[in-house]
Design a protein around this ligand. Structure first.
Ligand SMILES: [Zn+2]
Length: 283
């Protein structure tokens, strides 16, 4: 993929912020810190980034953040993909599209949708309309699930932005009243549609001349990376990896074959109307 770093205006950087603040220390840890702070004369809560003067929900300062050039490049990448995907959806949906942001966190975070750990994977929170991502997931995707490459990562980001589009278009409400697991559940229809929406962006990004115009542009072979990623994180494959068997009544995202199929439909058509997973998978 070809892309240019932007101004990170699509990012809420919470990597330097401790999740849950003081609550995450436990009352014991809180008391110990309080005592140590008093003895040492320094405010150790500040060191932990749990100072009460920094209100919850604020953007974390990067002052005590340990990072690397590789990780910072990754932040720029997520910002560039998000910017490009949002411009694409603004073009497709016009005034119906409202912008979202990607909250980057480490290990765990307190979101408007509750406490979340990195192990949950990236997610979209409809309450605050934001995407949550721990950059460590990209390493998981490459090493544990066998799906390396920048377009595999872009697929993950644009799948979550796909959920945001669904929220704006009212698809999330359907799922609130539908079933949450099983091969024919509303949840699977929702996830496959997000895959298809990621493909819709992929279609836009595959147009020539985009890089010259300041956008993201795919290179030959990129589409295969995303298809490998979609195949890597199907419910059947993940269940087989975890338990050795497949349980369709517990599907939440669809099979590898379905995820690939719907991503392809979006990628080939570039049209969100080709993403009607609710009409075909829900009865
Ligand atoms: Zn999803």
């Amino acid at each position: 993929m070809r892309w240019t770093p932007g101004d990170r205006s699509n990012i809420d950087d919470a990597r330097g912020r401790s999740a849950g603040g003081i609550a995450s220390l436990g009352i014991g840890g809180f008391l110990i810190l309080l005592v140590l702070s008093w003895v040492s004369g320094t405010n150790l809560f500040t060191l932990l980034g749990t100072d009460s003067s920094s209100p919850a929900g604020s953007v974390g300062t990067s002052g005590e953040l340990r990072t690397s050039p590789t990780e910072e490049r990754m932040v720029d990448f997520v910002d560039a993909i998000t910017e490009d995907a949002q411009k694409t959806w603004e073009r497709i949906l016009g005034g119906r599209y409202q912008r979202t942001r990607v909250v980057l966190f480490r290990d765990a975070i307190q979101s408007a949708c509750g406490f979340a750990e990195a192990a949950t994977g990236p997610f979209y929170c409809p309450s605050d309309r934001k995407v949550y991502l721990d950059l460590g997931f990209f390493r998981e995707l490459s090493e544990r699930f066998g799906a390396p490459g920048d377009f595999a990562q872009a697929y993950v980001v644009t799948h979550e932005i796909g959920h945001h589009v669904q929220n704006l278009l009212g698809y999330m409400d359907r799922v609130a009243h539908g079933s949450h697991a099983g091969a024919n559940s509303a949840s699977v229809a929702l996830e496959l549609q997000a895959d298809c929406f990621a493909g819709v962006w992929g279609h836009a990004a595959s147009q020539r001349g985009r890089f010259q115009a300041g956008g993201v542009e795919l290179e030959p072979g990129d589409a295969d990376e995303a298809i490998r990623a979609a195949a890597a994180i199907g419910d059947d494959r993940l269940q087989r990896m975890a338990t050795g068997r497949v349980m369709p009544d517990r599907f939440t995202h669809g099979t590898s074959a379905q995820r690939v199929e719907w991503f392809r439909r979006g990628m080939e058509s570039g049209d969100p109307r080709a993403c009607d997973t609710f009409g075909t998978t829900t009865r």
